[in-house]
Design a protein around this ligand. Structure first.
Ligand code: KPL
Length: 340
């Protein structure tokens, strides 16, 4: 029988891109920081870590802070021992593969916090990595709206300070309490805890916002704010939004409350979603969306977990999702609308 080492429980972080760095730095700079281990999932990250002076630097308002104590494990396969708390900050597309390498160190006593964009990652991980109920860790999810960009390995700029919504997705809230409390105590994250259903609704709102803004910035090759200025783009958005609104308000898992989930139809109405999308596009007008950044860098995008998720759920429900299917194809086949 495994017994955890004495002292406060350790938090492991898998994925040391911008989000992983921000979470690690925020947790390491609380008055009583937990022990933190960064899992370096590529061997080359070890030399990056050495050249970064074995620290994470976060720059906020021009001031750089490199405080924080971290242990490291590398490469991923050499680690051993149970992992009690794991924050997975890898890209959506790489999450299942990254977890595959540490799955033997996780069990039903462990808690995994997912930070990915889009939807469907936890279902994919369950299907591919933890199909057996008895071994499945407790799942938490975080929705992050902070703006962070990289200045090099282990160095990030915390540019747009916003917030984190966090909560239980499945499993035991008692076993996940420690990690939840640590996230909420990490002031820099500005995190609020939500109960599972509300967290799901917030995830779906974010999904629709990303499904409207991100692929359109790719096919029209523009910043978020440009979308609002062009009537041709707004008309494509209107068609995408009508499908997304119908799909999300019909999801059977949201209709489990005594009132039949009537709040969902209102919250995900066309008008309410449109207002949210336009508000975010306006507030982030100068941003290059994460999908356009991936696209320009030649990386695979997360469109399959965003509009692809809407399409998949729509088809299951017999809803016409032709516009969302088309936009997924355009982004994946790299068909963009050329400037006149
Ligand atoms: O989350 C975003 C993203 O780029 O992924 C938005 C809100 C669209 C801001 O750019």
């Amino acid at each position: 029988m495994y017994s955890p080492p004495p002292g406060p429980p350790r938090i492991h972080i898998l994925g040391v891109g911008n989000l992983g760095r921000l979470f690690a730095h925020a947790l390491a700079n609380t008055p009583n920081p937990p022990p933190i281990t960064l899992i370096l999932h590529r061997p080359s990250l070890l030399s990056d870590w050495e050249s970064a002076g074995r620290s994470i630097s976060i720059t906020t308002h021009g001031l750089t802070n490199s405080a924080g104590v971290y242990d490291i494990e590398e490469p991923i396969h050499s680690g051993s021992g149970m992992i009690e708390n794991l924050i997975v900050a890898t890209k959506t597309l790489h999450t299942a593969k990254a977890l595959e390498a540490v799955k033997h160190r996780l069990n039903a006593q462990s808690t995994v916090l997912f930070t990915q964009n889009g939807m469907g990652t936890t279902e994919e991980v369950t299907r591919l990595i933890f199909p057996e109920d008895a071994r499945r860790p407790n799942y938490l999810a975080a929705i992050t709206s902070h703006g962070v960009y990289s200045e090099g390995p282990f160095r990030s700029v915390f540019a747009g300070q916003a917030h984190v919504s966090v909560g239980l997705v499945s499993g035991s809230s008692a076993k996940s309490r420690y990690l939840l409390d640590q996230i909420v105590a990490a002031k820099l994250l500005n995190a609020t805890e939500f109960e599972s259903r509300e967290l799901r609704l917030l995830q779906l709102e974010k999904l629709v916002i990303n499904a409207m803004i991100n692929p359109l910035t790719v096919v029209y090759n523009c910043r978020n704010g440009e979308l609002l200025k062009r009537s041709d783009i707004m008309s494509v958005m209107r068609d995408l939004l009508a499908e997304a609104s119908q799909v999300v308000s019909s999801l059977p898992e949201l209709r489990t409350r005594e009132d039949g989930g009537n709040d969902v139809a209102e919250r995900f109405s066309n008008e309410n979603l449109k207002a949210k999308v336009l508000d975010v596009a306006e507030k982030t007008a100068a941003n290059t969306s994460s999908m356009l950044q991936d696209f320009r860098a030649g990386r695979e995008t997360e469109v399959g977990y965003i509009n692809g998720y809407i399409s998949k759920r729509g088809k299951e429900l017999g809803i016409n999702v032709g516009n969302n299917e088309r936009i997924v194809e355009m982004v994946q086949k790299r068909k963009v609308v050329e400037d006149e």
